[in-house]
Design a protein around this ligand. Structure first.
Ligand code: ATP
Ligand code: MG
Length: 361
């Protein structure tokens, strides 16, 4: 069986370092590994509209921002198909058919939907489209017969729900859809990178982000004001690592080679952590190190972005070409689905024959 990736992001803002460690960095590695037959990367504008219906301009502006972020981290349109969800109308047809296989109570139990409803203060006024977005996500994944979905931990319940829909569809209509596997980051800190405020996960909707496109100065200012251990007041005080955002970011970003380069007094992160816990190591020193680590990772990304920003029409052209190609693949799956559901009346010769015999008797 071919190995196929589908993943994507909502164009609700520029992408941040949480996306980078949770999904983007891995995507680029997988893309360059040559192990996958096809890679589909989707800008989920239709999904973003489910909770931004009254602000379509925000989504419209951010499609190209997300595309620029993709190109700047090294997603290569020659190897990965970059496309825009709303341009693939087959996805909405699949969503419509799959909705018959899912109950309202099952959607209500989906932990991601629950958490996001709470975060957005929707209470009783949840848009139907938002409530049912796990179904449309199942359509996105299955339309491309994806075997692998590299995403952050918050997406686990979504993939589980997709797998249930696939199993239900295949058991009712016969083996048609492919059950996908989730591919989580291998490092705990990357699963759900917290925001710079130390609260919840870094999320465009919460304004606690370091963006991939932030300037060097923005990144430095955000790092220097980051949440640490509130009880670590004097340098000599012992410090805590749990919930200490600066150390969580070091877990996510630092590499062994950063120590000789930026902090030669320590051999590795374990030594730095040990000193912090013992006392005698100030937050400012650790933050300066984190700033150097982040700058070295983000500088090449920023430079590549600046190149792509010079030719915006070409960025739209890449998305158009990707969307045209994605549409062909989704149309094949939709045809398979209709055939399995036996709603392909005009090509179903057996049905036509059966009906005509019924009336010629
Ligand atoms: P929104 O607030 O609009 O939902 P978001 O910041 O949560 O935006 P999404 O577009 O919903 O971003 O998520 C895109 C991908 O990035 C998903 O795979 C998600 O798991 C991953 N991701 C998002 N935030 C983080 C994070 N803080 N840590 C790790 N992965 C993340
Ligand atoms: Mg999200």
């Amino acid at each position: 069986m071919s190995k196929i990736i589908l993943t994507g992001d909502r164009p609700t803002g520029r992408l941040h370092v949480g996306h980078y460690v949770g999904s983007l960095r891995r995507r680029v590695e997988l893309q360059n590994s040559g192990e996958f037959d096809k890679i589909f990367i989707m800008i989920a504008d239709a999904q973003a509209l489910t909770d931004n219906a009254d602000n379509p301009e925000k989504i419209r502006q951010n499609v190209v921002e997300v595309a620029l972020d993709y190109l700047s981290v090294g997603l290569d349109p020659e190897k990965s198909n970059l496309f825009v969800q709303s341009q693939i109308s087959e996805l909405t047809e699949l969503t419509f058919f799959y909705s018959n296989l899912v109950t309202v109570s099952r959607l209500q139990r989906n932990p991601t939907v629950k958490a996001e409803i709470q975060m957005r203060n929707f209470e009783a006024s949840i848009p139907v489209g938002f409530f049912t977005y796990p179904i449309s996500q199942a359509a996105d994944i299955t339309a491309f017969k994806a075997t692998t979905v590299p995403v952050g931990e918050d997406q686990m319940p979504m993939i589980e729900q997709t797998r249930e829909i696939v199993r239900k569809f295949n058991s009712v209509y016969g083996e048609t859809l492919v059950e996908p596997d989730i591919l989580l980051p291998d490092n705990q800190a990357c699963m759900r990178l917290p925001g710079t405020d130390g609260k919840a996960k870094m999320s465009k909707s919460l304004g606690n982000c370091i963006y991939l496109s932030d300037t060097e100065e923005d990144v430095r200012a955000k790092v220097m004001s980051m949440y640490t251990d509130p009880d670590h007041i004097k340098i000599t005080d012992p410090g805590k690592l749990e919930g200490n955002t600066v150390f969580t970011y070091l877990d996510a970003f630092s590499k062994p080679e950063h120590f000789p380069e930026f902090l030669p007094d320590y051999n590795n992160l374990d030594e730095l952590k040990e000193h912090y816990q013992r006392g005698g190591l100030g937050d400012v020193k650790v933050k300066k190190f984190l700033n150097n680590v982040l700058q070295s990772e983000l500088a090449p990304i920023r430079a590549r972005r600046a190149e792509f920003e010079k030719d915006i029409p070409e960025v739209y052209n890449i998305l158009k070409k990707g969307s045209d190609a994605a549409r062909e693949v989704a149309a094949e799956t939709l045809a398979d689905v209709k055939r399995a559901m036996k709603i392909n009346y005009f090509e179903d010769m057996a049905l036509i024959k059966e009906q005509s015999e019924k009336y010629s008797r």
